[in-house]
Design a protein around this ligand. Structure first.
Ligand code: ZN
Length: 301
């Protein structure tokens, strides 16, 4: 058994994929496709990330506006993706997904593509409802692309397989293969169903916060986090509504300390945090003493 889950509040993740021959001299990287938030800016796509292993982009996390263009610039191949993860379905995290699916018609993907994301509630569709609303052959907004989902003609070379991650306080594994283990952690983002993701590969651990006010991370303890991609969407003195949706720099610092982070990448940069990097860094440093980087589109770590 490659994986072991211990207690509910404090769990350790053990995987066997360090023994995988792919792990010898392996190179695990995160590329920022979109370092911005929902604002339209001259140089930032909305939220989106690629996880690269040994020169192949194997996981896409979110697909906000502009990210399909950045995907093309990254030179990643759609056929190499093992899975797509959505942290939640705000447009700045999902708006370019249909463009990517259309573009993939011109690619070489043959294997079905699992898509993971949250359950639904009164504010948001579930992942299955979201995919159906886009591509369902009856009434999808892009039903001309329904061959990628539920149309029986099968002109497309693969299908999207949506998975709804359920409402749970317990961090749990959602995807595993020889190279990678992916765990979902439910986090609070106002009333929107939202998940953070822990990705382990070749003894490295990546954590993607997604959009969250930080509640939920108290359920996660890690022995070491190599890279924590956290969303720096608000300044320290933000108002109560913004704080109900996003983490302050002080909260990011506390979580980074708790997760034993080595390198912290601050993304989802917005007009209200741009220009405040010094203050944000000072507040984070009250708790976190590792490396801090501010993300720009197409950066690779
Ligand atoms: Zn967002």
């Amino acid at each position: 058994m490659c994986f072991e889950q211990r207690s509910l509040l404090s769990f350790a993740l053990n995987t066997c994929n360090a023994e995988n021959p792919n792990c010898h001299a392996s190179k695990l990287q995160v590329q920022i496709l979109g370092s911005g938030g929902p604002e339209l800016t001259i140089n930032r796509a909305s939220s989106s990330y690629l996880v690269w292993l040994n020169g192949k982009a194997i996981v896409l996390v979110d697909a906000g506006g502009g990210s399909s263009f950045r995907y093309g610039q990254s030179m990643a191949e759609w056929k190499d993706l093992k899975t797509v993860l959505f942290t939640h379905f705000h447009a700045d995290h999902s708006g370019d997904f249909a463009a990517m699916i259309k573009a993939s018609w011109f690619g070489e993907r043959q294997e079905n593509l699992p898509v993971f994301g949250p359950y639904g509630n009164n504010f948001m569709p579930s992942t299955t409802e979201f995919i159906t609303a886009l591509f369902g052959h009856n009434s999808g907004g892009f039903k001309y692309l329904s061959d990628f989902y539920d149309h029986k003609d099968e002109i497309a070379s693969y299908r999207l397989i949506p998975h709804d991650i359920q409402n749970s306080k317990h961090t749990h594994e959602i995807f595993q293969d020889n190279d990678i283990n992916i765990f979902a952690l439910q986090v609070q983002h106002g009333p929107i169903p939202a998940f953070a993701y822990v990705i382990k590969s070749c003894n490295k651990t990546l954590v993607f916060s997604g959009d969250t006010n930080g509640i939920g991370f108290e359920n996660l303890t890690l022995e070491k986090t190599d890279l924590f991609i956290a969303h720096n969407a608000i300044p320290e003195n933000a108002g109560p509504i913004a704080k109900s949706l996003h983490m302050t720099p002080t909260q990011i610092g506390k979580i980074a300390q708790q997760l034993k982070v080595e390198k912290l990448i601050l993304s989802h940069r917005m007009n209200r945090t741009l220009g405040k990097e010094f203050q944000s860094t000072e507040n984070i440093k009250k708790y976190f003493h590792g490396t801090i980087k501010f993300a720009d589109d197409l950066d690779k770590y």
